[in-house]
Design a protein around this ligand. Structure first.
Ligand code: AMP
Length: 143
């Protein structure tokens, strides 16, 4: 199964924020959309980073409450790992595990076309395992 299948069922919407936004805006955005990370886009709509709930927690631990007034650009991760639609779900899982992150933006010809989270990956993997299990049961019953 590929990333394309995940995007086909969850859609291509990506919640984004500007690097000049404040951390309090980022926290509000993540809370409103019930997500764990927002992609940070520069003026030309290029990916300049990713800010996750973990970055906000780290900033709060380091700076206290004043962290919420800091710019997203200060705490985001600048080197963003991306994938393309043709990649397998297994390879995305491996990259998430090795890189210790739970979100991977999907890029095709330099264009942002979606984002895959660990929740999406687990949901699809479980669905696949259930299908395999049902097929095996049916096979055993008819054998
Ligand atoms: P997460 O587990 O996705 O909430 O993020 C954990 C840490 O990894 C945070 O510092 C994020 O900014 C960073 N991060 C999240 N996704 C990515 C990604 N695709 N590439 C690089 N870093 C990421």
């Amino acid at each position: 199964m590929t990333v394309k299948a995940i995007l086909a069922s969850k859609g291509t919407a990506v919640i984004t924020i500007e690097p000049t936004a404040r951390l309090r805006d980022a926290a509000k955005l993540l809370s409103e959309h019930r997500i764990g990370a927002a992609l940070v886009l520069g003026a030309d709509n290029r990916i300049v980073g990713i800010v996750s709930e973990r970055d906000i927690v780290r900033a709060l631990a380091d700076l206290g409450g004043t962290a919420l007034d800091e710019h997203v650009g200060l705490v985001m991760t600048r080197k963003v790992a991306t994938c393309n639609q043709a990649e397998t779900v297994r390879s995305i899982m491996e990259r998430m595990t090795a890189g210790r992150f739970r979100h991977v933006p999907v890029v095709e010809s330099s264009r942002l076309i979606g984002i895959v989270s660990i929740g999406d990956v687990v949901k699809h993997r479980l669905g696949q395992l259930e299908q395999e299990s049902t097929a095996l049961h049916e096979y055993i019953q008819t054998a």
